[in-house]
Design a protein around this ligand. Structure first.
Ligand SMILES: CCCCC/C=C\C/C=C\C/C=C\C/C=C\CCCC(=O)SCCNC(=O)CCNC(=O)[C@H](O)C(C)(C)COP(=O)(O)OP(=O)(O)OC[C@H]1O[C@@H](n2cnc3c(N)ncnc32)[C@H](O)[C@@H]1OP(=O)(O)O
Length: 205
């Protein structure tokens, strides 16, 4: 697994956030526009050439493989390629997860046309992505935990648009943390989730 240290201070981290964040937002917008456009054929071809040229510019210097997970000297994580939260990943919704002192974790996110499954509804796999990431972050609030089992009950279709997901730890059983959560629209719960998240063995195990 690719965990590396990034020797940069907060100011440099902020500078990079301000540089890459808007690029990612522009690409995310391009994805949405590509799905929904009704422009003429000639414009589609022209835009395709522009996008290909832009991609070639970015490819001039690339890292090998995925972005990995990097940490600053202050312990701040930089998971910018992550499919759920990645600042440099236009596929990520992106999720911004917050928590309170009582251990509730939640995220409010608007999922648009790029996340559609059944017409007008969020793809079931995308619901799973949101819940996996939120529940995993909740489970990892004390120490890192991997998803072992994720169980979802899709109670009704989740409409595209603004959504809220919540999670909390149900119980800890040694290396296992059981987390429960929900995904909701304005009318209530659409998906119920339960996950078993597992930490690395302790040295004595
Ligand atoms: C922000 C970036 C996020 C990146 C996440 C990466 C790493 C985490 C780092 C930081 C965390 C920060 C934020 C987290 C945010 C999101 C989390 C997303 C998480 C993921 O997206 S992660 C990708 C998908 N995930 C995998 O890729 C796992 C593949 N798999 C394995 O790596 C092993 O399979 C493992 C480790 C699961 C277990 O392996 P093991 O050898 O340690 O387990 P072992 O056999 O010793 O069992 C010990 C006890 O767990 C029970 N047990 C075993 N397996 C189970 C299972 N699957 N379900 C339910 N219970 C299970 C046994 O029954 C026994 O229970 P008991 O003690 O009661 O008998």
């Amino acid at each position: 697994m690719k965990f590396t240290r990034e020797d940069i201070d907060t100011q440099e981290l902020d500078r990079r956030r301000a540089l890459y964040g808007p690029l990612t937002a522009a690409v995310r917008d391009l994805v949405d526009a590509t799905i929904r456009t009704e422009v003429d054929e000639a414009v589609i071809r022209e835009v395709q050439a522009t996008v290909v040229a832009a991609t070639a510019k970015l490819r001039a210097e690339q890292i090998d493989g995925g972005f990995g997970m990097r940490f600053t000297a202050d312990g701040e994580s930089i998971a910018w390629g992550n499919a759920g939260i990645g600042l440099r990943n236009a596929i990520a919704p992106p999720l911004v997860i917050v928590s309170d002192d009582a251990g509730l974790h939640w995220t409010e996110v608007t999922l648009g046309a790029a996340y559609e499954g059944p017409p007008g509804l969020v793809h079931g796999g995308i619901c799973a992505l949101v819940m996996d990431h939120l529940l995993g972050t909740t489970a990892s609030s004390i120490e890192p935990r991997f998803t072992g089992t994720l169980t979802l009950r899709y109670r009704r279709g989740t409409p595209l648009g603004p959504l809220r997901a919540e999670a909390r730890i149900d119980r800890n059983e040694g290396r296992k943390t059981v987390v429960v959560g929900t995904l909701s629209d304005a009318d209530g719960v659409t998906v119920e989730a339960e996950g078993i998240f597992i930490g690395p063995p302790t040295p004595t195990e």
